[in-house]
Every structure is written in C-alpha cells, then in structure tokens.
Design a binder for this molecule. Sequence first.
Ligand code: NZQ
Ligand code: ZN
Length: 390
Amino acid sequence: MLGNFTYSNPTKLYFGENSLDYLREELQKYGKNILLVYGGGSIKKNGIYDQVVEILKSCGKEIFEDAGVMPNPTVEKLYEGCERARKGSVDLILAVGGGSVCDYAKAVSVSVHCKEDPWDKYYLRMEDVDNEIVPVGCILTMVGTGSEMNGGAVITNQEQKLKIGHVFGENVFPKFSILNPVYTFTLPKYQMVAGFYDIMSHILEQYFSGEDDNTSDYLMEGLLKSLIHSSKIAVKNPEDYEARSNIMWTATWALNTLVAKGKTTDWMVHMLGQSVGAYTDATHGMTLSAVSLPYYRQIMPYGLQKFKRYAINVWDVQPEGKSDEEIAEEGLSRMESYMKEIGVVMNIKELGVTEDMLEGIAKGVFILDGGYKVLSSDEVLQVLKDSMGN
Ligand code: NZQ
Ligand code: ZN
C-alpha cells in the first residue's frame, strides 16, 4: 500500500541540445547581479563558460564570479561564497557544474542571509530555513546526483571529519535547470562511471525498503533497466547522445523525490559512503560502489523477497529450480559483474582507506532505520571491514 503523501516539484527543466537558449528567458525574471558559481575549470576548457558569460553579458547582467568549488564542497568554501554573495547583493546564483557546484549554490542560497553559522544551523542541528533565500539556477555538466531537481546540499567539514547532506524543502530547489547531454561528453571516464553508479545507488536505496507492492517500485525497476542498458553503451562510446541523454534523464528522476513517495527508504549506502568521503575526499559515486555489495549482502536475509524480485525483474535471473536465497544472490552477483564491467571502484582501500581509519569512519556513519535491518555499530564496522577487499 502506498502511504499518504503530497507531491510537487517546482524546478523548471530545459532538456536537450539547445537548452541553453532558454537561459535568456529565465534571466529576465531576476535582478541584475548574478553570482556565477563553478568548479575547478572544466567549463573553461570545454567552452561552456564562454557561452554562459556571453549570454549573461548580452542580458546586461553584472557578474560576480565564485570559482573553485571543489568536489565535496567544504564549509570554508561555503563561508567564502556567502561573503561574495553578500558583497555583490546578488539576485540569482547561477551554478554551472556538477552536483558539487549545484549543492554548494543551494547551501550559499540559504546561508547568505542567515544570522547564525550555517554549518551549525543546517548541518549539525538540521534546522529549517527561516531567512531570505537567494534563488538558484543550474546548468548541469556532470550527471549523477540529481541535485538539479532536488533540495539536497551536501557539505563537508574536514576538520570535524563530517560530510553531511541537508535535504532542504521546495523553497530551496533550483528555480530552473538546464540539462544538455552534450555537456557531459567531456567528463573523464572515472567521473562518468562514478555518476552512473551514484544514480544506481539512489534508485536502490529507495527500492530496498518496504514489502508492499507499489508503483514506485515498478518505476524504479524501469529506471534501473534503462540505466544498465544505456550505461553499457556509454562506457564503450561516451559520445552516444541517445545513451547519455537517457542517463541524464534517469539521474534526474532517480532523485527528484518522486520515486520515494508513499514508501519507506533505506539510504544506508549513502551514510556509509559519506563517512568514507569525509575521511578520504574520494569521488562520491565511488564511495558508494565500494561499500554497496558488502552492505547488501549483510541485509539481504532481512529483505529476501525484495532482493529476489530485484534479481528477477532487473537482472533477468531465471527463478526455476532455485531457492529464494540462490535467486537473490544471483541478482547481486550479476550486479557485481555489471559494476566491474563499467569500471567502478569495488573496495574502500582503493579510495585511500587504511585499517586505522575504520573505527573513525564507522563512528561518522549516521544509522538510519528505514531499511530492512537497522544496523548496530558493530555491523556498520563489519560492513566497512568487508568493504576493504582482499
Ligand atoms: O570542478 P571542475 O573542473 O568543473 O571538474 C569537475 C569535478 O572535478 C568534473 N566535471 C564536471 N563536469 C565536467 C567535468 N569535467 C569535464 N567535463 C565536464 N562536463 O567532475 C568532477 C566531479 O564533479 P562533482 O560536481 O564533484 O561531481 P558530482 O556531480 O558527482 O557531485 C558530487 C557531490 O554531490 C553530492 C556528493 O556528496 C558530492 O559532494 N551529492 C548531492 C546530492 C543531492 N544534491 O541530492 C545527492 C548525492 O547523493 C550526493 O551526495
Ligand atoms: Zn549520491
């Protein structure tokens, strides 16, 4: 049975090869001062920066640049962005980049007018926003996080060794997002496949929870099949527009709040991955791939029927003559082969985790209770140990 819910999503999307043309239209809705936020320079190399700046200038906008947003944006960078946005009295924050840039833009948007320390208020105390929010628009260049159509904003505090995501409400969602699959062609393969696994993990972490028959689970099975199909093509030919556009659209639907409606969700792989990320600054999607299978093998006995359904409906496992456990395990082993085929990282050692870090990482994992099994602290540590590989 589906639980009761309210659903709406305020982000307007422009999708396709000509989607940047709509930026002009959107810019008319906002004042003159624009905070142009981007990362370490990929948009300068591939020409997106020049295209965006030309449009901003032709619309008579004053540009305040905020460059150097790092993957896994830090709290220090957040303070710097707020300062810059305040100085420029900005009317719109335009994020051009991947999830890190979009997340950061949202974190700045709620913090510019915040009277307290935003890290304490939004990340440690998880409070709602009660001050003015500067609107955000996104031009996406890396696919995976879903940040283009959600309220997530993950920030890392390296000193406290904490990486925390605040999922803000609709008032913080981007007002608009421009999704041009061609912009993702220049991604290095490592980032591309990390993004593919991030998408898969978002879907699985909403799928592996609850026993009921509901529409959301069927939607997720469809998204997974599309992702698996297109990602295999994209790995062989990164410039296959059909595959990259399907993946871009799948990523948005995987985490724009729709598929979680009316059901419970798990999210423990992200909790594990984020703590690994806080210690290693590793690429987000790879922190997830490296812990996933040990986690799923740990919880499989508690959600056996769903793992069986996953094996049959997503991985086409033939059930005849096999026990439920055999079917479920065959599904996970097909998933494992797929992960190796696309080339994601399969253990946390490869991400720089050493044995002496394991207890600290385990302590940094927020234990959630929406999945098939609420892990004990010892079980969290065990999953991390199992994720070290051989
Ligand atoms: O910084 P630049 O030079 O732009 O390079 C970036 C970065 O090094 C590069 N890149 C992006 N687009 C490119 C490109 N390189 C060449 N061509 C392009 N078109 O890719 C690298 C990674 O970018 P990043 O934005 O860090 O990746 P991603 O999109 O995976 O974002 C990761 C962040 O999002 C958070 C993660 O925790 C992490 O901090 N997440 C946000 C979520 C949300 N809002 O709901 C949910 C996710 O689960 C995730 O936690
Ligand atoms: Zn993610």
